[in-house]
Design a protein around this ligand. Structure first.
Ligand code: SF4
Ligand code: SF4
Length: 496
């Protein structure tokens, strides 16, 4: 139960209506600061460095050297306002600091002060600010109210990407010793143990054995959940949430049934037992690289031929956009398959050539809608055709269930609204923000539930699924409404 009332949903869909302004409404919302040990484990300063104001400016200079895009984003805003009402956190809170342009300006003000002639000469008259405690606190507060979902960039005539600006600001804060507890702690667990949950190999093996018993009991089929099997064709890298929590674990059962029915040998790895790469959220290439290297090491050691990613939005974004740079070349894998592949691509292809057979009647009574996860919809692709990231998941769902309904077009495909928990914000210290940020998605869901009888909402992201399980009840929906896409697939595969 949340300690506050979420904003009520409107009777009519009012997606375009800007919220009433409530200045400072979310000024109190900030995540816990990382402990010195969490920062040090990642090689960041344990705590605030001496002369941190100067170091912040220096780090910004380094990032501008590394990324021309960042400089362009900071230079090119014309304050047209097109992005202002496109952020779910602004819509859900009314706090003007959650307008994407206002969020950008927190970093832009420091950039102007030190990296533009006008800012050096005219200071505050041109929106330039020095780094000081007040600015840093605004950064920590409002750069942790951005899920880096990129919806605002879709509407910006210059394509300014607030997610990149948010990542840069978090990278600067880590460089001066002001890290965020949730993200830094999780990255440390992956480096040490291999997954976000800190699940060691014996516990993982035990969990997988239990799943084999459950599936045998339910379906009568000896479906395997292999771990560290040398010579398997496929290495499946999946979010660790898939190993234990609902509805994620039903998705894992779905993957296993797909491989089982298609006769594909596969394995999980105890070394690379995590698809998620939270280093993306803090903008750290070095940390991203270190996490991605575990996948390469596992693939080499196990001698697999293909690498397939499970249902995780930002993991797919990192894999799709950066895996070849972070951990390639992949010359030891089978060249017949792209690297990496998404499990939805694999399942879609198998359905197309009847390598697996789905029975929609097994999902009788379900009317399903689909939540496009931001990192899949706006930051990656699937399949060969343009827009495959929208088409493939929908076609797989339609093959698995008797009835499919899309939500309002302004909330799907590349205009999808974030679940409200991405970007390293899926922590209970930000629960109020998460619930308020979920409002636009809940509003669109309400419409299809009431008008078209939708019973379930499928997602292909571990963060989305966890977030929805938490926020659906706050808006009067049952938490079981959110399902894994491969949960529907698994239920439609009849074995035995
Ligand atoms: S990236 Fe997403 S969360 Fe961040 S400002 Fe833009 S719309 Fe808001
Ligand atoms: S839409 Fe782009 S140019 Fe317009 S205010 Fe937003 S960031 Fe600036």
């Amino acid at each position: 139960m949340s300690a506050f009332e979420p904003p009520p949903l409107a009777d009519e869909v009012e997606l375009a209506a800007p919220p009433a302004l409530v200045p400072g409404a979310m000024a109190h919302s900030r995540p816990y600061v990382a402990a010195p040990a969490h920062n040090q484990a990642l090689g960041f300063p344990a705590e605030r460095v001496p002369d941190w104001e100067r170091r912040a400016v220096e780090k910004l200079g380094e990032l501008l050297e590394r990324s021309r895009a960042l400089r362009v984003f900071l230079d090119s805003c014309v304050k047209c306002g097109a992005c202002a009402d496109k952020c779910h956190f602004f819509i859900g809170t009314g706090d003007p600091n959650n307008m994407p342009v206002a969020r950008q300006d927190l970093l832009r003000s420091l950039y102007r002060r030190h990296f533009t002639v006008a800012g050096r000469l005219l200071g505050r008259h041109v929106g330039a600010r020095d780094m000081d405690e007040a600015l840093l606190q605004e950064w920590y507060t409002y750069f942790h109210q951005c899920t880096q979902c990129r919806r605002c960039s879709v509407f910006c005539p210059f394509g300014i990407d607030t997610a990149e600006i948010s990542m840069a600001a978090r990278e600067i804060m880590d460089a001066i010793g002001l890290g965020q507890k949730y993200s830094n702690e999780i990255i440390g667990k992956v480096h040490k143990i291999g997954n976000n949950l800190g699940l060691p190999e014996p516990a993982l093996a035990n969990t997988l054995e239990g799943l084999e018993e459950d599936v045998l009991e339910q379906s009568g089929a000896a479906v395997k959940f292999p771990l560290d099997v040398h010579g398997a064709d496929v290495l499946l890298v999946t979010p660790s949430a898939d190993f234990f929590a609902e509805p994620h674990v039903d998705g894992l059962i779905g993957y296993a049934k797909v491989f089982h029915q298609a006769g594909i040998s596969w394995t999980l790895s105890s070394h690379a037992s995590e698809a998620a790469n939270f280093a993306l959220f803090i903008g750290s290439y070095e940390q991203m690289h270190k996490i991605a290297q575990r996948i390469r090491q596992a693939a080499v050691e196990l001698g697999v031929k293909r690498i397939v990613f499970g249902e995780c939005g930002h993991a797919w974004r990192v894999a799709y956009a950066f895996l070849n740079t972070l951990a390639g070349p992949w010359d030891f894998l089978d060249p017949a398959y792209p690297v990496p592949q998404h499990i939805v691509e694999v399942t879609h292809e198998l359905i197309r050539r009847r390598g697996i057979v789905l029975d929609r009647d097994a999902n009788a009574g379900k009317t399903v809608t689909f939540h496009d996860s931001c990192n899949v919809a706006r930051a990656s692709r699937m399949g060969d055709a343009p827009g495959g990231q929208f088409v493939l998941p929908r076609e797989v769902i339609k093959a698995a269930v008797p009835s499919f309904v899309d939500m309002h077009r302004d909330t799907t495909h590349d205009r999808t609204f974030c679940c409200g928990g991405g970007g390293g914000l899926l922590t209970d210290d930000l629960l109020e923000l998460r619930i308020k940020g979920a409002r636009p998605r809940m509003q669109a869901l309400k419409e299809v539930v009431e008008q078209q009888g939708v019973t379930h909402m499928a997602a292909i992201c571990a963060i989305c699924k966890t977030q929805f399980a938490k926020v659906l009840p706050a808006y009067g929906f049952p938490m079981e409404m959110v399902v894994s896409l491969h949960q529907l697939v698994g239920q439609a595969i009849r074995l035995g």
